[in-house]
Ligand binder design. Structure first.
Ligand SMILES: [Zn+2]
Length: 317
């Protein structure tokens, strides 16, 4: 593609593009950048409107990597993104894989951290009460330290046990909507080397959540476990910090979802937009000004000029 002369605002736009799309090899449609404004064509299939309307500003709105020249074209773009995200996608295989996991008690036994009688009495106590996790019962009945439980879970789920070094609640609160942090038993922990984002889970890693955060952040996600007390401390600090503003929207069906996205994009005229499905949520993030795209990966440097919308389709919670 020929390099055309730069026009006003292009440098700023390029910085935004570089921040959002320059390091995005983890994103679903990688390998394609948002072209400079001067080269930018409407992204809707079959539309030549970008060329026939030379007076039109092509700076906004941007949906993922595409600029839309009109409302009609924006709708076409949104529909293709919605079709992608409402497909089968990654379904968490927790129920199937769970069956093949060695039970935590046996892992701890094999590591030599508990004895047979200790495991038996903890299992009896759990059965008698009809509730609670085996790890908690072992802590209660024989004083098993929680970092041993976390290490046992790490063996069970083949993932590392993480530490709290480098944790910053203020920046981690910007990674994702707090509702998802509260609901999915996880907390973003830190960014390492400008390309890795550590997600800490309380009991077990969740592949669907990790993938969604990876796609949204543009960073490679490493999942791990955090011992109970540390996990609670990190999660409550993130929940207490200022996050990106979140709107909740209930929509009836896929068409309602597409309409809701079109409305949000038209209203906010974002410089960058991304839609990612995480379990029941369709998570739309819009970067409204280029300053918001200057963070690590796609993470915003602050809560300003970024807005999240969580769409729930149908009668889901
Ligand atoms: Zn168009």
């Amino acid at each position: 593609m020929p390099i055309l002369g730069k026009i006003g605002g292009t440098v700023e736009r390029e910085q935004a593009d570089a921040a959002l799309f320059g390091r995005d090899r983890y994103l679903p449609t990688s390998g394609k950048r948002v072209p400079n404004e001067a080269d930018r064509m409407c992204g809707a299939p079959g539309c030549g409107g970008g060329w026939t309307m030379p007076w039109k500003s092509r700076r906004r709105p941007i949906l993922e990597r595409e600029w839309a020249c009109s409302q009609k074209c924006l709708k076409a773009l949104v529909n293709s993104v919605v079709r992608r995200e409402t497909g089968e996608g990654i379904v968490a295989d927790e129920t199937t894989s769970h069956r093949h996991r060695v039970p935590l008690g046996l892992v701890l036994l094999a590591q030599g951290w508990i004895s047979h009688p200790q495991l038996r009495s903890a299992l009896d106590a759990q059965r008698a009460s009809g509730r609670g996790r085996i790890g908690d019962w072992l802590t209660q009945s024989c004083g098993l330290p929680e970092d041993r439980i976390a290490r046992g879970l790490g063996v069970q789920w083949s993932c590392p046990v993480l530490g709290m070094d480098g944790f910053s609640a203020a920046s981690m609160a910007l990674v994702m909507p707090k509702r998802m942090v509260a609901e999915f038993g996880m907390v973003p922990l830190r960014v390492a080397g400008s390309r890795l984002l550590y997600l800490a889970f309380e009991e077990r890693p969740n592949a669907a959540v990790a993938l969604g955060v990876e796609q949204m952040s543009g960073l490679k996600v490493e999942s791990g476990l955090l011992p109970g007390t540390k996990f609670e401390a990190a999660r409550s600090a993130v929940l207490a910090a200022e996050g990106v503003p979140v709107h909740m929207k209930l929509v009836a069906d896929r068409d309602g979802l597409a309409d809701g996205i079109v409305r949000a994009v038209e209203q906010s005229q974002p410089l960058a937009t991304r839609l990612v499905r995480v379990h029941q949520y369709y998570w739309l993030r819009m970067w409204l000004e280029s300053g918001a795209t200057q963070g690590i990966g796609n993470l915003p440097p602050g809560p300003e000029d970024v807005v999240d919308t969580l769409f729930l389709v149908g009668g889901q919670r």
